[in-house]
Design a binder for this molecule. Structure first.
Ligand code: GH3
Ligand code: MG
Ligand code: MG
Ligand code: MG
Length: 323
């Protein structure tokens, strides 16, 4: 509730300030088959917008989805087309869901207008059009759109940050914690296999102690690259803790998972890790676990199983896979 309130206040402030977002001319798409209507809107908007004109609503819908418009003017009097249908089509496409629509009517039509507003039309005008009033209404819609576009990309960015590890760009533990249980349940419901591995860099503390923390960070980044090279697109790779990483592998048997783990172990051991002017030898230990379809193991059972295997790999001398 608080977020909504803050956001509303922010919008109102922005609108009150007449924020500078209409500095660039908005791209406006007019959907109406009549050239006379286009000419009237052209003269109304003149220097205030770039007006594009499409006669056929189906083409208009396509253009709206493909193009980068700030507002659509939809004629209520489209020969052979139901404007309400066109409106709900615009609202149902992802690309145009938030595109402002102004309905332009030839005459008062309360029923049509109220249904259109229910379907998501943002505003309406009745011909003959008053130029100043129309420009003001258009500006309001364009400002709102730009403001919300900004909010949406900020939200997308914060979500991205919240589930990404800043150092390596892999998913973070929070992401794993929210998705692993779903992957486990999906595998179980579909009778599919699922494996995961935990890998922990050997003696990482001594890398930090010997070469410094910055070098340690370089090693972590390069380690993440080698992880990425060894997993498929459908696998979920995440940094689980300091120098500990988890890979979840859907549709992967215990044997296949052990092979992935061994390949990863080798790819770390085989080539040195470059940092500044030195090349370091790094090794890693891996514990593998596979979902047992005859048990009711959940996500934490699976992680525990892999962690126990990892512990055995460490106890057994490190640079090992235990499956
Ligand atoms: P083991 O083979 O048993 O895993 O030994 P280890 O030294 O790798 O394990 P330990 O848990 O003792 O040390 C992990 C070290 O990782 C300690 C911590 O300071 C370091 N570390 C954790 N996060 C980061 C990080 O983001 N950057 C750097 N450079 N070091 C980190
Ligand atoms: Mg450790
Ligand atoms: Mg370690
Ligand atoms: Mg560790």
């Amino acid at each position: 509730l608080r977020a909504v309130t803050t956001r509303d206040i922010a919008i109102e402030e922005l609108l009150a300030k007449g924020a500078d977002i209409t500095k660039e001319k908005p791209n406006v798409l007019l959907i109406d088959e009549r050239v006379s209507v286009f000419e009237r809107f052209s003269s109304v908007l003149r220097k205030n917008a770039k007006l594009h004109h499409i006669a056929n609503p189906q083409d208009g819908l396509f253009a709206a989805a493909e193009g980068n418009y700030d507002c659509v003017i939809l004629s209520a009097d489209l020969a052979g087309f139901d404007p309400l249908r066109v409106c709900s089509q615009i609202r149902s496409l992802n690309r145009t869901r938030f595109l402002p629509i102004i309905l332009a009517c030839d005459a008062e039509n309360d029923v049509l207008v109220s249904r259109a507003l229910e379907l998501g039309v943002n505003d309406y005008v009745i011909r003959p059009i008053d130029a100043n009033e129309f420009i003001a209404r258009l500006r309001t819609q364009v400002r709102r759109k730009h403001y919300h576009d900004g909010l949406r990309s900020n939200v997308a960015e914060s979500i991205e940050l919240a589930v990404t590890d800043g150092l390596t760009g892999l998913h973070n533990r929070r992401y794993l914690d929210t998705h692993l249980q779903t992957l486990v349940e999906r595998a179980r419901n579909r009778g599919r296999e699922l494996s995961l591995l935990i890998t922990d860099i050997d003696k990482f503390k001594s890398i930090n102690d010997t070469y410094g923390h910055a070098t340690g960070d370089d090693v972590l980044r390069e380690f993440a690259n080698r992880l990425r090279q060894n997993v498929r697109g459908m696998d979920l790779a995440c940094r689980y803790g300091g120098e500990e990483f988890v890979i979840v592998m859907p549709d992967t048997s215990a044997q296949m998972a052990a092979e992935v783990a061994e390949r990863l172990r080798e790819s770390v051991e085989e080539a040195g890790f470059a940092s500044a002017d030195q090349v370091l030898s790094v090794t890693t230990s891996v514990g593998v676990a596979t979902l047992n379809r005859n048990s009711d193991d959940n996500m934490s059972d699976l992680l525990k199983q892999a962690d126990t295997a990892l512990y055995e790999a460490k106890a057994g001398g490190r640079n090992k896979v235990v499956a």
